[in-house]
Design a protein around this ligand. Structure first.
Ligand code: CUA
Length: 335
């Protein structure tokens, strides 16, 4: 009886301690979406059950090992235990019940998470190595920033131009793979204004760790002002249009504009410079060379850079005018 009481007390203490350590409030970032609340509730419940079973097993194991260890001089063989059918049935039925309970609860929460609201805002997300692009069909604008309205549900429609990526904003909790060749979707309702980050949660190549995008959850007035300023930017000059295109098409994921060497050469000071190619010959970076390098990046690769990394799609995905805007932007970074 004394041992049973001691074990029960220890199990309670260890459950509370481990439960505290696993508590999502201590482990997860701020919660900023309605759907995320379900995730946190499930997580809390899991954490509690995990803490209890951890305590149950570890406390009994360590208590038996330490308290009932062999006494000095006791050389008799231990009791021969043949098993216990009642115990085995109990420890099979209880976990089965727990697993079924969590499956049912998960199904109920999943149904709530997928529920569509009538005024949802659609955001088309394009993922490419290694950048995010967001199109807002309702307003006819595209951006490299994800700006959302507080309290308005969003339907994300995902496409990938190359490999598998995964859209994840830890504060929203939910995660969705972005798979080339198929369209995937995700619904979310932001509930907390603030700045967050989209992270790519699927290893997708060299710059995977830097495949980030800014997320801002805004109130209506701020959002309207942002939409208006994006629409106004249609009247920009070629270098500024090029700067925007460079962001939207993911160029800046590999080319810096401050002189820092990355996957590709920096655009700062590139125009007008002379570069040494793989074969030792020298090329002048002028409009013709930039145009050729955008359309067919493998033709004349500068020494020290890996060929075959830059996509060869820009001749198809960009108009001639857009390519000229990009070149104008690179030119504007001359020094
Ligand atoms: Cu995209 Cu990792």
């Amino acid at each position: 009886m004394k041992h049973l009481l001691a074990v029960v007390v220890l199990i309670v203490i260890v459950t509370l301690a481990v439960g505290f350590l696993l508590n999502p409030e201590n482990l997860l970032p701020t919660l900023a979406s309605e759907e995320g609340a379900f995730v946190d509730q499930l997580f809390s419940l899991y954490a509690f059950v995990i803490a209890f079973f951890f305590a149950l097993i570890v406390v009994i194991l360590l208590y038996s090992t330490i308290v009932f260890r062999r006494k000095k001089g006791d050389d008799k063989p231990g009791a021969n235990v043949h098993g216990n059918s009642v115990l085995e049935i109990v420890w099979t039925v209880i976990p089965l019940g727990i697993v079924l309970f969590f499956a049912g609860l998960g199904a109920v929460y999943l149904k709530d998470t997928l529920k569509a609201e009538p005024d949802e805002m659609i955001v088309e997300v394009t993922a490419s190595q290694w950048s995010w692009r967001f199109r807002y069909p309702e307003f006819g604008i595209s951006s490299t920033e994800l700006n959302l309205l507080n309290g308005r549900q969003v339907l994300f429609v995902f496409e990938s131009t190359d490999v598998i990526h995964s859209f994840w904003v830890p504060e929203f909790r939910l995660k969705q793979d972005v798979v080339p060749g198929i369209t995937t979707t995700l619904r979310l309702k932001p509930t907390l204004p603030g700045s967050y980050k989209v992270r790519c949660a699927e290893l997708c190549g060299l710059n995977h760790a830097y495949m980030l995008a800014e997320v801002t959850v805004m109130e209506q007035a701020e959002f309207d002002a942002w939409v208006a300023s994006e629409i106004d930017s249609g009247a920009l000059g070629p270098p500024d249009r090029g700067a925007k295109l460079a962001g939207l098409n993911g160029c800046l994921a590999c080319h810096s504009t401050d002189g820092t060497r990355s996957v590709g050469p920096s655009w700062r000071g590139l125009f007008g410079s002379e570069e040494i190619l793989e074969d030792g010959s020298v090329v002048l970076v002028d409009e013709a060379y930039l145009l050729e390098s955008i359309l067919d990046p493998n033709l004349q690769v500068v020494e020290g850079y890996r060929p075959d990394l830059m996509p060869k799609v820009y001749g198809d995905t960009l108009s001639q005018e857009e390519i000229q805007d990009l070149i104008a932007y690179i030119r504007s970074l001359e020094n």
